[in-house]
Design a protein around this ligand. Structure first.
Ligand code: ADP
Length: 256
């Protein structure tokens, strides 16, 4: 039972009778709170790299730096600039996914090509540090190839980013028990403690902020996955054990 907040208006009516009008504002307030949190988080995430960039620019303007130091500062500023770019791209993706003016237009998906793109991106990110395999043996579906690429790519890149060097990552596309398709990403990475699992798809929720940032994380990847799956009538289930690894399973309906 959740506490609800109602606004009650009592309007006088003829013959001393009154009309009672109630508005349930629980949901409105919750949405408003989420919006405020999102803006606060996003501003904080953007301010941090910007502070670094402005700091280095101020040094560059006031000090006569040698070539090597200048280059080191430029490298750090570029990294922070990329971090901001990444975050803005993820925020735009999320807002497009949530927009009612931007409906999903289902098209037949060439699953093998999509899976090979996801594998290629994951291998590029891993740069040879993990063994990454792919199996494709499942039905074709319909959906948005770009959105599914973004969702599956986020899951695969998380597996790479949260698995130490030498670990294994397995991507597989198969049939689901309900007659649809199933995409599974398994890793032998750092795993997740059970108390975090139900919150992972919230925007900016991270188990370890510094690890997420070190590996170019924005904290929005799983929120994007959740929204893409909502638009495709799919679902996500997460199994994990700290120190052992995780598996993320996406189920999609037959036909899409
Ligand atoms: P981030 O950009 O921080 O990776 P995500 O929304 O993609 O954001 O993921 C949210 C959090 O879930 C991560 O910060 C991390 O703590 C956890 N996480 C996601 N995938 C994995 C994984 N494969 N192994 C361990 N932890 C994970």
């Amino acid at each position: 039972f959740r506490e609800r907040k109602l606004i009650v208006h009592i309007i006088p009516f003829e013959n001393r009778r009154q009309i009672l009008v109630t508005h349930d504002v629980t949901e409105t307030e919750r949405t408003e709170m989420m919006r405020r949190d999102f803006i606060a988080n996003a501003s904080h995430e953007l301010r941090t790299p910007l502070t670094v960039i402005v700091g280095f620019l101020e040094i560059a303007a006031s000090e006569d730096l040698d070539y090597a130091t200048r280059m080191a500062h430029l490298k750090l500023m570029t990294e922070q600039g990329h971090r901001m770019q990444h975050l803005i791209e993820d925020m735009l993706t999320l807002s497009r996914l949530e927009s009612v003016d931007h409906p999903m237009r289902p098209e037949p998906i060439d699953v093998r090509t999509l899976m090979e793109r996801v594998l290629r991106d994951a291998r590029a990110l891993s740069a040879g540090k993990h063994q990454i395999t792919l199996e494709v043996d499942g039905p074709d579906i319909r959906g948005s190839a770009d959105e599914l690429h973004s969702a599956f790519g986020n899951l695969a890149s998380n597996a790479v980013r949260y698995t130490p060097t030498g670990g294994n990552i397995r991507l597989s596309w198969g049939a689901s028990a309900k007659g649809g398709a199933k995409f599974v990403v398994e890793d032998t990475g750092i795993g997740i403690d059970p108390e975090h699992i139900s919150r992972l798809t919230e925007r900016f929720y991270r188990v370890d902020k510094s690890r997420s940032r070190e590996t170019q994380g924005t904290g929005l990847g799983l929120a994007i996955v959740k929204h893409v799956l909502l638009r495709h009538g799919g679902s996500l289930s997460i199994k994990s054990e700290a120190g052992k690894g995780s598996s993320f399973t996406v189920c999609l309906p037959a036909g899409g």
